[in-house]
Design a protein around this ligand. Structure first.
Ligand code: ATR
Length: 266
């Protein structure tokens, strides 16, 4: 896994647990690459026998540009979180973040078929999940962002099922799933949207995770949303998708998620 910083990465523990569970001989390390030196770090990794890797902040976009071939979902995301080398030597870039979110929503019992989805935030985290949500059968996705132009730009890259606006202009619709893809929670705050948008919300989801519920999730709960969830399940599920790509085996997510949740409560 390449990132910067990598100090608190849970990915090595997750992948080692998957390897143990499926009896795969796998070595998975966190590699701190210089902010402007991802390509060199990757080349060094391959030269020393590396076959595939995850890529995280801030290298997802540069990995997308480095790959010889990208999957559709990586192209939609314009970012890569999973790299591997094909037998013919080509470097393939994929993005398992959206599939990880969809798998987690299904684990949580959300009904995706026909769902009306409101996504808050229009950065990389949002872009990566729209395609997989549409493939999973949601009816509409509305992207609302603090800076309107970014929301419109992202929405414009998808079909007519996807629209965009600022926080103050969110259409009045019965949003059944509200997903926070902003980084506001890192600073203890939440996107400033009207509470009325939560009136039909069956599940409020924050892509961030931590030892405590985020400000967005606490607000959603106080506003009467019955089911709230943070992004820890998405983290484990996107890792399971990557593991499947590299090893052809789908590991079980729940035991690893339970273990992580336990560790985080200590
Ligand atoms: P990522 O790639 O993880 O999505 P990013 O590209 O930096 O990260 O995007 C962060 C997102 O969080 C953006 O949508 C940002 O809104 P702006 O485009 O208006 O900057 C949003 N964001 C960050 N802090 C926020 C806050 N306090 N309230 C609302 N939105 C916030």
């Amino acid at each position: 896994m390449f990132g910067n910083p990598i100090g608190h990465s849970k990915s090595p523990m997750i992948h080692r647990s998957f390897a143990e569970q499926t009896q795969q001989d796998l070595s998975y390390e966190a590699i701190l690459a210089p902010v402007d030196g991802f390509a060199e770090a990757w080349q060094q990794f391959v030269a020393t026998g590396g076959k595939g890797a995850n890529v995280t902040v801030p290298f997802k976009e540069v990995a997308f540009r480095l790959a010889d071939h990208c999957t559709l979902r990586a192209m939609q995301a314009q970012a890569v979180n999973t790299l591997y080398i094909e037998e013919d030597g080509r470097l393939v870039g994929d993005n398992t973040d959206g599939a990880g979110l969809v798998a987690d929503l299904i684990r949580l019992g959300a009904s995706l078929e026909g769902a009306k989805v409101l996504i808050l935030g229009a950065g990389g985290a949002c872009r990566g999940v729209i395609g997989p949500l549409l493939t999973a059968g949601v009816a509409v996705v509305h992207v609302a962002n603090r800076s309107v132009d970014k929301a419109l730009l992202v929405a414009g890259d998808f079909n007519a099922q996807v629209s965009g606006s600022g926080f103050a202009d969110i259409p009045k619709q019965p949003w059944t799933l509200v997903i926070n893809a902003t980084s506001a929670g890192l600073h203890g705050s939440r996107p400033d949207i009207d509470e009325s948008h939560l009136s039909h919300c069956e599940l409020a989801y924050d892509m961030l995770y931590g030892t405590e519920p985020t400000a967005f999730l606490m607000w959603a709960q106080q506003s009467g949303v019955k089911c709230i969830a943070d992004g820890l399940g998405m983290l484990v599920s996107q890792a399971a998708e990557s593991f499947q790509i590299w090893r052809g085996i789908t590991p079980a997510v729940t035991p690893v998620l339970n273990k992580l949740q336990e560790l985080m409560q200590q």
